[in-house]
Design a protein around this ligand. Structure first.
Ligand code: ZN
Length: 506
């Protein structure tokens, strides 16, 4: 902005206000957007990630919009008779029958493009079929990857902004929301080019992140131009970004070294990588949706298969974006080792022990991070990893070995689950086209701000409106909630056979 390269955002800042916007804790895409559109923390909306641990099993299940426990802006506004258009918000698959249009966001990290099932109403599909997510793999970053990825990201912004402008102009919407994920993808993979001080810096693509931001600024400009002066505009991010250094943290190896976890003699941890890399990229998103049971088993196997739970008190999912620890609790986990009576003391002791590890800056119990009826869906202990000279460590799945190591130069380009060059940070941004007395915001404030601006009352929220007063209603009879989606045993068998035929499980 200071270099004059983002004129639309600067104009928005001048016209109204610009402030930091705190994400959810930790700053994870699915729960962050759910918080943005519901006004409540993950403990109340129930979405902590795109997966959660299946109850009573060492397995995960994939989450989607049907698992969100509170109404989103589009439910409340639809019920109030407002016309809404919602494009590409993560965590909205399958799309909800809103009063207007919805193109769902990515339902899984392997989704690449949309099909008819992403669109409400379905007959709108032909008009939006060019809508894309990251239509390239992000695990193996080799020769030529960056040139290809940057070009596709820039083209995607153009395609999406063209679709957004067309829909925007098609009727006078009361509420219009579009999410561009390209700033996230480019920051994950190009940070070490962008930042000359990064310990992983290398020449090439120095302008990639700025170029994506410039292209996004143009998209914002086109939408604001269509909207005109009278429409209130907000631009917000679901989190901020920062660089990743060379440190690699293997939480399960640390737990093993401290006697909290035992590995199986022979570890099988290659399954998921094989599944993801051997499947043609374009096929993965469709495969995931059609064959979700098998995708669930692959992800579960990758996370749990190497651990001997009969000799494990605590383990970690080892997710880079969500460092955390789960307790192997009797009566909750099949091979639980910690008795209910000892649970509190064990958690408190383990938090203290983890904080004595120099790569962990905070270890907190979930009750101290979240608030609401669904906190039992979160991991028991939420970790905040320490920064090293401002750079984050990468949390990578353990493969028996040290608890901490350094990336070697040949690993500096990273890739998903291999230590990406940029990672999420808690502080994002918010631009509002109107002045507000508030100097800072959090994601919980966005939904009440939108509702107060539209003069619509809504349910209780954790955030407060940054503009007019938010009117809370005690009871709402909202539609479109809790529509469980599952697969029959026959479907799963069919799925398994087809997945095997496609090499998904080799
Ligand atoms: Zn991200």
């Amino acid at each position: 902005m200071d270099d004059g390269r983002l004129p639309a955002l600067v104009a928005l800042r001048t016209r109204g206000s610009y402030m930091p916007c705190r994400s959810v804790d930790p700053p994870v895409t699915f729960p962050a957007w759910c918080t943005c559109v519901t006004g409540v923390n993950p403990g109340r909306h129930g979405i902590f990630d795109f997966t959660e641990q299946a109850q009573g099993d060492y397995a995960i299940r994939f989450l989607n919009s049907t698992h969100r426990r509170v109404p989103a802006l589009w439910n409340i506004l639809s019920d109030a008779g407002k016309r809404v258009c919602v494009l590409g918000v993560p965590g909205t698959y399958p799309p909800e029958p809103v009063n207007g249009v919805m193109v769902a966001g990515f339902d899984s990290p392997v989704a690449t493009s949309i099909d008819r099932s992403f669109v409400h109403p379905p007959e709108l599909y032909e008009r939006v079929r060019a809508w894309r997510f990251a239509d390239f793999q992000e695990h193996d970053i080799g020769e030529g990857w960056h040139a290809m990825a940057l070009e596709r990201l820039l083209n995607k912004i153009d395609d999406k902004s063209r679709i957004a402008v067309e829909l925007f102009q098609s009727e006078p919407w009361d509420f219009f929301m579009v999410v561009f994920g390209e700033s996230d993808t480019v920051s994950h993979h190009f940070w070490s080019f962008h930042d000359p001080n990064s310990p992983r810096h290398q020449p090439g693509y120095e302008q990639a992140i700025c170029n994506v931001y410039e292209r996004l600024d143009r998209a914002v400009a086109r939408l604001i131009e269509c909207a005109g002066e009278d429409v209130t505009v907000a631009v917000c991010s679901d989190h901020g970004f920062g660089g990743a250094g060379t440190g690699v943290v293997h939480i399960n190896n640390w737990l093993a070294a401290r006697g909290h976890l035992s590995f199986m003699p022979a570890r099988e941890s290659i399954l998921k990588r094989a599944a993801l890399t051997l499947t043609p990229q374009r096929a993965r998103g469709a495969l995931f949706r059609r064959f979700q049971g098998m995708a669930t088993r692959a992800e579960s196997h990758s996370r749990f298969a190497g651990i001997d739970f009969t000799r494990t008190r605590a383990w970690s999912d080892e997710l880079n974006y969500f460092p955390s620890v789960r307790v192997n609790l009797k009566g909750r986990e099949p091979d639980g080792q910690i008795a209910r009576a000892d649970y509190d003391a064990f958690c408190d002791d383990l938090c203290a022990e983890m904080e004595s590890w120099d790569v962990v800056s905070r270890a907190r119990r979930r009750e101290d991070v979240y608030d609401g009826p669904y906190i039992d869906r979160a991991p028991d202990i939420i970790l905040k990893l320490a920064l090293e000279d401002g750079y984050s460590h990468s949390c990578i799945r353990s493969r028996v070995g040290p608890a901490f190591r350094r990336l070697q130069p040949h690993e500096f380009l990273g890739g998903k689950e291999r230590g990406m060059t940029g990672n999420h940070r808690p502080k994002g941004v918010l631009f509002l086209s109107k002045p507000t007395p508030c100097g800072a915001a959090c994601l919980e404030d966005i939904a009440p701000t939108v509702l107060s601006e539209l003069g619509v009352a809504g349910p209780r929220m954790d955030g407060t409106s940054l503009l007019d007063e938010y009117v809370e209603i005690s009871e709402t009879a909202l539609s479109g909630m809790a529509r469980p989606a599952g697969y029959s045993a026959d479907q799963e068998r069919e799925i398994e056979g087809r997945l095997r035929a496609l090499g998904y499980f080799e």
